[in-house]
Design a protein around this ligand. Sequence first.
Ligand SMILES: [Zn+2]
Length: 161
Amino acid sequence: MDVLTPQQRKHNMSRIRGRDTKPEMLLRRHIHATGLRFRLHASGLPGRPDLVFPRYHAAILVHGCFWHGHDCPLFKLPSTRPEFWSAKISGNRDRDRRTIAALETSGWRVMVVWECGLKGPARMPLAEVIDLCATFVRGEVPYAELRGSWPRAREAANSYE
Ligand SMILES: [Zn+2]
């Protein structure tokens, strides 16, 4: 039985492909407003990075915490077919590592923006996210990563000192 309208199915498919997903759209719109210009899903580059800033040799990859297997509370292995998902996600992670290495080898600076930094309980203030992205693009740091501000075990331990 078909329980999805074509519109819903299209929406689901775009999420499954990991393209044009909501956090990415949000980021795009606001980065564009800072005056930085970028290309989307540049097909000539390894992994077709989400946002490419040719003038600055910088690329931003927006990673969904589930599909890219983020080490954060937004990632939970589904209880059905866990072996399948585990293999699938670890394949995605391997591919991400290769993509980032290939971009760096070709002289691109890379920033990974995790979904949990943009939405959910640990998200950062949007203005801060945009500021960090713009600073990265215009700067010289070879690699940066932005994630949700989840409490970490180490920080919890420090608070008892
Ligand atoms: Zn995450």
